[in-house]
Design a protein around this ligand. Structure first.
Ligand code: ZN
Length: 289
């Protein structure tokens, strides 16, 4: 099978920045943005460096822990929108759910409220670190239905190859989610598929025709495996959510440094970076009315 056919013959490469996540702490990297203003500043820097999409989590200001509080998401959303009107805002519906034990309703409330252009839709249940990350078939279908109603483009977060089949089974129903589907292939999360080149090819091979996708590789695999994904025709996600180091033992001082590194490699490969406007077109993001 020609893997590159699935991604439209290596069109421009979409870079997503994930500047916050649920896992890293300031003890791990003091440059982790927490407040809405800090997150907005990091998104702006990353967008200027080449990121078309910003995948965002919210953090409680006092505890710095992940939160699904709509008011906090609203403050982050407004700050990012004001600082960087062009970037595609992509909100999490995980929000540290495995750690916090959130209900499906708590995890999707801010999507109802804010109607971002994109949101994550986790494609199955799994052990995650020392917790269980529950995404039941009912929740996946419910989220797909809600996102379609709200004109929010879902990114199916896939942590193992069986989850691609979950999406086929649950979402490929008339009217539920329109094609082309967009996938985030997550490799290297404890409990998910390990971050190897073989596994990335296996995941890409299992994708349906005419979809778009990106590689989300964890830790030291972020840039090397992300590069392999780019060569295979996918986009790439970088940022502190998945990796806090610029080089081995050297912390990144900004998410933008990781974006710059990805941009440099992609250009060296002879490929171009998609602007936010181009990314909207490549991802078939619905036009809001
Ligand atoms: Zn996330």
């Amino acid at each position: 099978m020609d893997l590159q056919k699935k991604q439209g013959e290596l069109e421009k490469v979409i870079i997503t920045v994930a500047p916050v996540g649920a896992w890293p702490t300031r003890a791990m990297n003091p440059y982790l943005p927490i407040s809405p203003e800090e997150i907005a500043a990091e998104v702006l820097r990353s967008h200027e460096a080449g990121a078309a999409v910003a995948h965002i989590h919210a953090r409680d200001l006092e505890t710095e822990e992940p939160t699904a509080d709509t008011a906090v998401y609203q403050a982050v959303f407004a700050s990012v929108r004001a600082a960087c009107p062009e970037v595609i805002i992509h909100l999490s519906t995980a929000s540290g759910a495995a750690k916090l034990g959130l209900t499906p309703e708590q995890r999707i409330r801010h999507i109802h409220e804010l109607k971002p252009e994109m949101a994550s839709l986790n494609a199955g249940s799994m052990n995650l670190h020392c917790n269980v990350f529950i995404n039941s078939p009912e929740t996946i279908q419910q989220y797909a239905r809600i996102m379609t109603e709200l004109n929010v483009k879902p990114e199916f977060e896939v942590y193992d190859v069986g989850m691609i089949e979950n999406i086929e089974q649950l979402v490929r129903k008339p009217g539920l989610v329109s094609e082309p589907y967009h996938y985030g292939l997550v490799l290297g999360v404890p409990g998910g598929i390990p971050a190897t080149v073989k596994n990335l090819i296996h995941l890409v091979d299992a994708l349906p025709e005419h979809c778009t996708w990106q590689t989300i590789a964890i830790g030291r695999h972020q840039i090397p495996l992300g590069t392999v994904g780019v060569v295979l025709g996918g986009g790439v996600r970088v940022g502190f959510e998945d990796n806090i180091y610029l080089y081995r033992g050297v912390l990144a001082k900004s998410n933008a440094e990781l974006v710059e590194k990805a941009v440099k490699i992609i250009r060296e490969l002879g490929l171009e970076i998609a602007s936010a406007e181009e990314a909207r077109e490549l991802l078939s993001i619905p036009v809001s009315c």
